[in-house]
Design a protein around this ligand. Structure first.
Ligand SMILES: C[S@@+](CC[C@H](N)C(=O)[O-])C[C@H]1O[C@@H](n2cnc3c(N)ncnc32)[C@H](O)[C@@H]1O
Length: 246
């Protein structure tokens, strides 16, 4: 099992409890007001004055959150997620909202498709990818599928001065940008023991400088960005980017 496949268990639990998103929302209409969609909405008409005829891909779509919002805006929307439970939930949400979107189970770390998109959205997916080789693969896959005039939107965690709220019984250690967390013994993870607890590499939380260096090294240039500060926790880096073709 790869470390992120545990998300299947999360979505199974959410579905059983009648929840429609990763954040535990229960009203399906509230998906349109999800905090990622509110951020997307701030600039989307600047970059896409007309959504009709444009295609969008939501990476790590989960319950379909950004894909459903984009579909309602008029995009031809696709959502990929590694979790089949998530994709089931996304399809259920689409049905309830009476919106058309194409959802597929897909490990983005292995993705090699050639479909082209006008907009690619990282909806809190990138910080789930811990290792540099996998992150590099994802950036090159995005460069490959993004149309030359297309945009990448990212919504991801970055390090803050005070991260004390993040460290809890479950999230034990933040070491070299990696958040190490506890999990079920049965999971097949890259375990190590810290203070007598078994932990696995769970999230990658880069500093803003390191994230921007990474993006630039992978030929992405930021055209618009905002950093949302959270008290005693990771900040959120929200940006619109283009591929640097120079
Ligand atoms: C923090 S959740 C965000 C879900 C959704 N975008 C939202 O905002 O509600 C991250 C999502 O990324 C998915 N994910 C993690 N690694 C993945 C991978 N390698 N390929 C595809 N999806 C992945 C998880 O299954 C999970 O649904």
């Amino acid at each position: 099992m790869k470390y992120y496949e545990m998300h299947d268990e999360v979505y199974k639990g959410l579905r059983q409890r009648g929840m429609v998103t990763w954040d535990g929302q229960v009203d399906v209409e509230s998906i349109y007001e999800h905090h990622i969609n509110l951020e997307l909405n701030k600039n989307i008409s600047k970059y896409f004055p007309k959504a009709k005829g444009k295609s969008a891909l939501d990476l790590g779509t989960g319950s379909g959150t950004a894909a459903l919002f984009l579909a309602r805006k008029g995009f031809s929307a696709t959502g990929y997620d590694i979790s089949s439970e998530a994709i089931q939930l996304a399809n259920e949400n689409a049905l309830k909202l009476d919106v058309q979107a194409n959802f597929q189970v897909q490990d983005i770390c292995e993705y090699s498709g050639n479909n082209k998109f006008d907009l690619v959205v990282d909806s809190s997916f990138l910080h789930c990818i811990v290792h540099n080789e996998e992150r590099s693969h994802i950036y090159s896959a995005i460069r490959n599928i993004l149309k030359s005039e297309g945009y990448l939107f990212i919504h991801t965690m970055i390090a803050a001065q005070d991260m004390s709220d993040l460290l809890s019984k479950e999230h034990i250690l933040l070491e070299k940008d990696i958040l190490w967390s506890t999990g079920k013994d049965s999971w097949d993870m890259e375990w190590k023991v810290v203070d007598g607890k078994r932990v696995f590499p769970h999230r990658r939380i880069l500093s803003q400088v390191d994230l921007e260096e990474e993006l630039s090294a992978h030929q992405f240039k930021v055209v618009d960005k905002v950093v949302k500060l959270n008290e005693r926790g990771p900040s959120t880096y929200i940006a619109w980017l283009r591929v640097n073709h120079e």
